[in-house]
Design a protein around this ligand. Structure first.
Ligand SMILES: [Zn+2]
Length: 411
């Protein structure tokens, strides 16, 4: 038994007065975030250190009485939590800077930047007296807000915080709750997962998860809507309307993509005891413009993140194979590495001179997935008892895992 934190996000059904109040709260949060960022930068330039969220909040409270009295109209949580988020943003920035110093990060550092209404209204996080009612939530200052979906939010749980946010004209509430959680016994097989662009994923048990390509499918329409926006006069009502239509379309794509990834990661975490993935440098690959759209459409980053936390819930173990182990170039039958395998080459053909008896010819992605699955077997000392069931899965060619690892290490 352990306690886990889990967020429940659902859409709000607001009237006009409530929308105005929510916009005010989001505006206060944005303002406080930007103000805090500026204060931190000024202080850092002057003294080499910057004030913490608590110090900034104290300063802001004094300011409320003189310069920004309109902050009294919103819950005190909105600016306070925004300042806390700013601290978190800086903590992440410094963590990534440290990683980069040690050569472990290739992506962006993500220095906190100013929030802007044009990039989305954002939202605000509230704490304190939060109540879940049937069909509604009750929040400080915002009062009782109706939900579009009944019965999704859990009853009788401890609520840590509520975040109200906007996306393309729709308002959502996300509740962070604390659960008592028992990790179930997971008796599923070991599986290697080869992530791809053409197919979302190929599993070592032969299952193929197709890539629905939500964005690509709607690309024409989106391009048309984008042109419609850029043709309208800047600042005009028509431009706003066109931009809203485009936003709605993007939101739809985002929802579809989230749904696909959520269903897939849930299924993996619930039915497999060990999932072996390859460590992909997603940020680096996004720099390749020809791949960028396809990759962001697949949602690999979300995949890794979701799989990791869901695995913890369902007693599944996620193994990330090192990047220097080229699963797509390694024969899953004998461990031979095809040094000059090109991207275009499919299927995989084993031409190991030392093992002419292998002669494996296999779908390239399936071969990679099988290689990954074997890495879990060989590198694992903490493999649970159920994990051994994984050896019973469909395998095209069998090989002693130990010899396989040695060969891989020799690469
Ligand atoms: Zn081979």
């Amino acid at each position: 038994m352990s306690t886990i934190q889990r967020a429940y996000k659902t859409e709000l059904d607001l009237n006009n007065a409530q929308i105005t109040a929510c916009k005010q709260h989001a505006g206060a949060a944005r303002w406080a975030y930007n103000w805090g960022l500026q204060r931190k930068q000024e202080a850092y330039r002057a003294t080499g250190t910057s004030p913490s969220a608590i110090e900034l909040h104290r300063e802001l409270n004094a300011l409320k009485q003189t310069a920004v009295p309109w902050l009294y109209a919103v819950s005190k949580c909105a600016p306070q939590e925004a300042l806390r988020s700013l601290d978190t943003a800086f903590a992440h920035f410094f963590r990534r800077a440290r990683l980069q110093k040690h050569g472990k990060l290739h992506g962006k550092l993500g220095y906190p930047r100013r929030k802007n209404r044009k990039r989305g209204l954002g939202g605000c996080r509230l704490t304190g007296s939060l109540v879940i009612l049937p069909g509604a939530v009750q929040l400080p200052r915002l009062g009782r807000l109706r939900l579009k979906e009944r019965g999704y939010l859990p009853a009788d749980t401890k609520i840590l915080s509520a975040t109200v946010s906007e996306q393309a004209g729709h308002w959502y509430v996300s509740l962070l709750v604390e659960h008592e959680h028992v990790v179930p016994e997971n008796t599923g097989p070991v599986v290697g997962v080869d992530l791809g662009l053409k197919r979302l994923a190929t599993l070592s048990d032969g299952h193929v998860e197709e890539n629905p390509r939500h964005l690509q499918r709607r690309l024409q329409k989106i391009k048309r809507l984008q042109r419609a926006v850029s043709r309208k006069v800047k600042g005009s009502q028509n431009r706003k309307k066109a931009a809203r239509r485009l936003g709605t379309h993007y939101r739809h794509v985002a929802n579809q993509r989230a749904n696909t990834v959520h269903q897939f990661t849930s299924r993996l975490a619930k039915t497999k005891s060990v999932v072996v993935l390859e460590d992909l440098n997603v940020a680096g690959m996004l720099k390749n413009h020809r791949l960028a759209l396809a990759i962001s459409d697949v949602g690999w980053g979300a995949f890794r993140r979701q799989l990791t936390y869901k695995a913890a819930w369902y007693g599944c173990r996620v193994v990330v194979a090192d990047r220097w182990e080229p699963s797509s170039k390694t024969c899953s039958g004998c461990g031979w590495v095809d040094g000059d395998l090109t991207l275009a080459e499919r299927p995989f053909r084993c031409e190991n001179p030392a093992r002419p008896d292998c002669g494996l010819v296999l779908d390239r992605d399936l071969n990679a997935a099988l290689t990954l699955a074997q890495l879990a077997d060989s590198s694992s000392d903490s493999l649970n008892a159920c994990g051994e069931d994984g050896s019973g899965q469909r395998q095209v060619a069998l090989v002693k895992p130990s010899s396989m690892k040695q060969e891989l290490n020799a690469v």
